[in-house]
Design a binder for this molecule. Sequence first.
Ligand SMILES: NC(=O)c1ccc[n+]([C@@H]2O[C@H](COP(=O)([O-])OP(=O)(O)OC[C@H]3O[C@@H](n4cnc5c(N)ncnc54)[C@H](OP(=O)(O)O)[C@@H]3O)[C@@H](O)[C@H]2O)c1
Length: 338
Amino acid sequence: MTSTTATTRSIHLAARPAGFPELTDFRMVEHPMPSAEAGRLLIRNLFMSIDPGSLMRIGAYPGIPMPPFAIGDVLSGDAIGEVIESGDPTVPEGALVLHRLGWREHALAEAQTVRVVDPDAYPSPSGYLGFGLVAYVGLTLVAGLTAGDTVFVSSAAGATGSMAGQIARLLGAGRVVGSVGSPRKAAYIVDELGYDTAVDYHDEPFVDRLRAAAPDGVDVYFDNVGGSQLRAAIEVMNAGGRIALCGALARQRAGGEPDAGPGDLLSVIGKRLTLRGFTTLDHLDLAPEFGRKLREWTAAGDIVRTETVIDGLENAPRALLDAVRGRYTGKVVVRLAR
Ligand SMILES: NC(=O)c1ccc[n+]([C@@H]2O[C@H](COP(=O)([O-])OP(=O)(O)OC[C@H]3O[C@@H](n4cnc5c(N)ncnc54)[C@H](OP(=O)(O)O)[C@@H]3O)[C@@H](O)[C@H]2O)c1
């Protein structure tokens, strides 16, 4: 007689990479399906988010706002799934829940750590994994965008940048400039997202390209990248300009090597610039306000949400590395079940 035991799979950190990770730094583990005891939920994950920020936890960069992953740990990140077994009366089986236990096909979560969401809010549950809130927080609360401002967004075709350019326009920006890494992405941000113009950060000297793209100067810089683009932006900023420091893609692509940073800060003083780092986790109270606006903009056809879907947990590590290498456009998600 044979007996079958249900199994499920998760992705673990196999080794701490010395630089940019290799696929061998990840390991897929198959293990018995857990069950939900009191207070817990067994969730069948439908989609997980691919977030370049997880490279910082994989590489244990110093100074990051989240703890690094330990070697052997299952990775984690945002995911959306369906509760298939509930040990908590407040979350019924069948509920769609947003949580932070991605990188696994099934998650066992404490009921109070998940958010039950409306299954009809988006055409696909993956809509909950979008990065619009990051863009909204950075532009409003952090950078204090005002009508007529010239806004510069780096990694403008990425998950956050593709939303930041559109949201800046909807909030009244006068001119919106984006930087990207290829002519294809330059055409995409202008033609599909409504950026006024695109600059390719490979074109040197970048500072001259940026100045030509923003001839009246930049009032708000939404920085996803750091490094040489931040240096150039500081040169082109207008007096009183505000820089929202969101991400560190230059460092993430360089395998954690610290970049040269902004360099001489005299012009920051001279121009009375504000550079402010932020993490959205501190501003989740803005989520309902942003959700309302996003629904209005979506209903009016004013905002485009671009998503790249990769199938299968086994392809998640490659999706992460390829996302940072610039292979994809918009938000990247991995579909874990249909
Ligand atoms: N502060 C927060 O609360 C918060 C929240 C979410 C994310 N983040 C951070 O914000 C940044 C953006 O996140 P995301 O998920 O929206 O990523 P993303 O922009 O979708 O990242 C992928 C893109 O990064 C670009 N890129 C990679 N290396 C680059 C470099 N050296 N210079 C310029 N562009 C480069 C590539 O575009 P090209 O093809 O154009 O090169 C690639 O397509 C990340 O650093 C992330 O960790 C911060």
